[in-house]
Design a protein around this ligand. Structure first.
Ligand code: SF4
Length: 370
């Protein structure tokens, strides 16, 4: 059988793990497998086409791929899977798809990944479990992976020729086999990135010591709701006490049910800990539409924050570094103080340069702005 694996043309940093597993599954059966990104005119006529999907707001890319291959290969069976297929299946029903798979696919779940689809990858990609014990309202994990299932023999997923492991677990610290997981990582001596972040509410001294026993880079947590401020601060203390000193990055959700005030408060706690903050704007998960205004946010609030990001960080959606400085009216101010004092309308570095030149007579080359 000829199999075509299609990853639509959306931007993503990560490959489709699902397609990599399906590739192994079919190759084991002796099938011929071809992988393509987006729409490609020059592929052999396939018997079956698998199209994957991720974010609902990338719906149009997925729809375009489905329609393209449906037209090219009217007799091929088209199967659609992935996150968007699970969350908004009805949107894909009339595009010519034969089957829409929702959630993970048990038959291929434990297949090894076919790294040959992506020769440039030099990192093991893996899960040590699926699902999450929580059901945060802004998150779709409990819909895509409704059961928390930890995996056995995780060592088999690790590619010894790669130095790093990118672990896509949704809540590693909830794994009852956490110690065993760490022991496996310790035994292979690879650098591990829990790239979906760790649940700081579940951090204990014991778990922090286990984390310290392996090479982790970076350390990642999330601080999505002010309601768990105490747990967050306790987690910060635990990390300090245990000596988890590597760079820490914290996802900070905003524009959901939070308020601008509590968002800036959470940012301040993160930066005060000496950790990098990564603000993440909420986007709806049950609609292909990206536009969303949190119930406690106004368009002006978002615009003000965007302007601040563009002038201070260069773009919206970047890390805020607790060690960054900004010069304002000749004073050197830490960026975290700017946030703490809500000085979001602080002029951009270009405007400040102009000010320094015109008012203070200082040449721009004498100024260090960050
Ligand atoms: S803890 Fe993380 S993965 Fe689990 S439901 Fe909440 S946001 Fe999703």
């Amino acid at each position: 059988m000829k199999i075509l694996l299609v990853e639509p043309n959306y931007k993503t940093k990560f490959p489709s793990m699902g397609l990599m597993k399906i590739s192994t599954y079919h190759k084991k059966m002796g099938d011929q497998v071809t992988y393509v990104k987006g729409e490609n005119m020059y592929v052999d006529i396939p018997d079956k086409i698998y199209v994957t999907s991720i974010f609902t707001y990338d719906y149009h890319h997925v729809a375009k791929s489905i329609q393209f291959y449906r037209q090219q290969f009217p007799k091929a069976k088209i199967w659609l899977g992935g996150l968007a297929a699970t969350l908004i299946p009805k949107h894909f029903e009339n595009l010519g798809v034969d089957y829409i798979h929702k959630g993970t696919w048990d038959e291929v779940e434990d297949e090894e990944l076919d790294y040959s689809l992506h020769p440039s990858i030099d990192t093991t990609i893996m899960f040590t479990h699926r699902g999450c014990i929580r059901k945060c309202p802004w998150c779709c994990v409990h819909i895509h992976e409704p059961r928390y299932i930890f995996k056995e023999n995780i060592g088999k997923y690790i590619k010894m020729e790669f130095d790093k492991i990118s672990c896509w677990d949704n809540n590693t610290l909830a794994n009852p086999q956490f110690e065993e997981v760490i022991n496996v990582f310790k035994s292979v001596q690879k650098e591990v990135d829990f790239n979906q972040s760790l649940d700081i509410r579940l951090l204990t001294i014991k778990k922090a010591k286990l984390l310290k026993s392996i090479k982790i880079f970076p350390l990642r947590f999330a601080f999505d709701d002010i309601k768990y401020k105490e747990s967050f601060l306790k987690g910060v203390e635990i990390c300090k006490k245990v000596g988890l000193k590597q760079e820490c990055r914290v996802d900070v959700l905003y524009n959901f049910e939070d308020t601008p005030e509590d968002f800036y408060e959470r940012l301040s706690y993160v930066l005060d800990a000496g950790w990098m903050a990564y603000p993440m704007r909420y986007k709806p998960i049950f609609t292909p539409d990206k536009a969303f205004l949190g119930k406690n946010w106004t368009k002006e609030d978002l615009a003000r924050y965007d302007k601040f990001c563009k002038s201070m960080l260069g773009r919206v959606g970047d890390f805020i570094n607790p060690r960054s400085y900004v010069y304002y009216k000749g004073e050197r101010i830490k960026l975290k103080e700017v946030i703490k004092k809500r000085m979001l309308d602080i002029p951009s570095p270009a405007e400040q340069r102009k000010y320094m030149k015109e008012i203070k007579g200082i040449k721009s080359e004498q100024m260090e702005l960050f």
